[in-house]
Structure formats: C-alpha cells, structure tokens
Design a binder for this molecule. Structure first.
Ligand SMILES: C[S@@+](CC[C@H](N)C(=O)[O-])C[C@H]1O[C@@H](n2cnc3c(N)ncnc32)[C@H](O)[C@@H]1O
Length: 247
C-alpha cells in the first residue's frame, strides 16, 4: 500500500498471519535484502516494473539512456533493439513513449525475458518483442538493421565485483554486472557488432561505468560520428551515444 493508505489503516489490527509475514520481511531487510526484491517491484521512468532475483533492479541513472534515446532524431517508425533487457525497463519505457516504434528486447537469461514479458503486459506495451539471444547471435547480419541500439550492458570489472556494496554483491545477479577483467568485454562487443546491425546514420546509446568514458570514446573513434558522453546528475559520465557514419 502507499503511504496515504498506510496511515489511513494504521488503527486497524494486524492479523497474526500478516504479522508473521511482516516480521520475515523485516528480518530479510536487516540481512541486507534490497527493498525492491522484497516488495517485488521498482519504479522506473514513472512505470512499475516487477523484479525478482533473475534481474538487476532498475537504477535511476539508466533513465538517462531512455532520455537520450528520446532526444535523437529517429524516423517515424524506428526499429530499435535493447541488448540485455533484464526487467525490460529500457525497452518498455521506449515502447510506451514511442508507440509507433518496433522494439526487440533481448537477454541471455530466459528467466529475465519471462519477467520482462510480464512487465510489458503490466504496462500495456504491445510494440516490444522478446528474443533469447547472446548479444546479436540470434540475428543474421543483413537481415535486420536498426535505427537505434540501446543497452545497459554488464560493465563491472571482475576484480571490482568484491568491492560492490553488499546488497548488490550478495543479492543481484553477477551475470548482469560483471564483464571480464576490465569491465569492457560487452561494451567492446557491442561497439564492434553494432555497426553491422545499424542503418547508416543509426544510433548506439548505452550506459557505461563511471570511469570508462575515455576508453569507450577511444573505441568509437573510427566509423562513428557525433559521439557524446552524457553525465549523470552527480556529474559522472554514464551514458555514451554515437552515430554510425553514413556510407
Ligand atoms: C546491467 S543488466 C541491465 C538490465 C536492464 N537493461 C537494466 O537496465 O536494468 C545487463 C543484462 O544483460 C544480460 N546479459 C548478460 N550477458 C549477456 C549476453 N551475452 N547477451 C545478452 N544479454 C546478456 C544480463 O542477463 C542482464 O539482464
């Protein structure tokens, strides 16, 4: 229930069954469980998203990927792909904002895709299709070319995993976060493969780690134009956007 409902119902007795459940939840919270997993949902882009331990809890900084994507000059009926959709937060938010877009959302995790599909239903979004895929492997080069590729890929360096906050390290899926020795494994793959799956003049918009901007900008030096690094509200460079050069 929301806060207003909570205070309105404060004088009501709590049934023993419910009290037990509440005690269990409080104990889990003390043990470090993130609140979103206990509640089973998290708000993103003003929309509700169901979450469980198969998916990363959507973060506010990821809204910058949506914001940046919506600022691009896309065609009237753009074809968009979200790589590593998790709860579906980016793809579904874009689907809601761009009803005439066709969106494909992929993940390597079947459990994540199942939840993402539920989230599309929950938010009455019908223009997103969900595809199980390891990066672009489910797609043949040349079959489909996109106007926009979006992604919040795993980008934590293997050795930094141990340094993450306990609620993240202990409860969120490691596969959704860790990306090889330097954290750039998936970003490198995305940049390398994106050019084969983008239309000329198409865009790539992705979230990056706070200290990866310089290296990512270097990877985008040839074949790309209009490279832009967008800072989050704390001033850290967190989103990179670039345009594939026209032939
Ligand atoms: C950082 S999470 C982002 C989830 C969601 N898009 C968000 O912003 O909260 C990265 C996602 O990429 C997925 N993933 C990891 N390796 C992948 C791969 N090789 N191909 C496709 N998806 C992958 C993970 O399962 C996870 O859902």
């Amino acid at each position: 229930m929301d806060e207003v409902e909570f205070f309105r119902r404060l004088p009501e007795p709590v049934w023993p069954q419910l009290e037990k459940k509440l005690e269990r939840l409080v104990r889990q919270r003390i043990d470090g469980w993130p609140l979103a997993y206990l509640l089973g949902w998290k708000e993103f882009w003003n929309l509700p998203f169901r979450v469980n331990r198969s998916v990363l809890i959507p973060r506010p900084e990821t809204e910058l990927v949506v914001e940046k994507s919506l600022s691009l000059s896309l065609s009237l009926e753009p074809l968009i792909i979200d790589i590593g959709t998790g709860s579906g937060n980016i793809a579904i938010s874009l689907g809601k904002e761009l009803p005439s877009a066709r969106i494909i959302a992929t993940d390597i995790s079947l459990k994540a895709l199942k939840l993402a599909r539920e989230n599309a239903r929950l938010n009455q979004v019908t223009n997103v299709r969900f595809v199980l895929s390891d990066m672009f492997k489910a797609f043949r080069q040349g079959d489909l070319t996109f106007d926009l590729i979006v992604s919040n890929p795993p980008y934590v360096a293997q050795d930094d995993w141990q340094k993450l906050d306990r609620p993240v390290k202990d409860f969120e899926p490691k596969k959704a976060l860790v990306a090889g020795q330097d954290g750039l494994k998936f970003i490198r793959q995305l940049i390398g493969q994106a050019e084969h799956f983008l239309k000329p003049g198409g865009f790539l918009a992705m979230e990056i780690g706070a200290y990866q901007a310089e290296e990512v900008a270097r990877l985008l030096r040839s074949g790309w134009s209009q490279t832009e690094i967008v800072p989050d509200y704390s001033g850290f460079p967190r989103v990179v956007c670039a345009r594939k050069m026209s032939d």
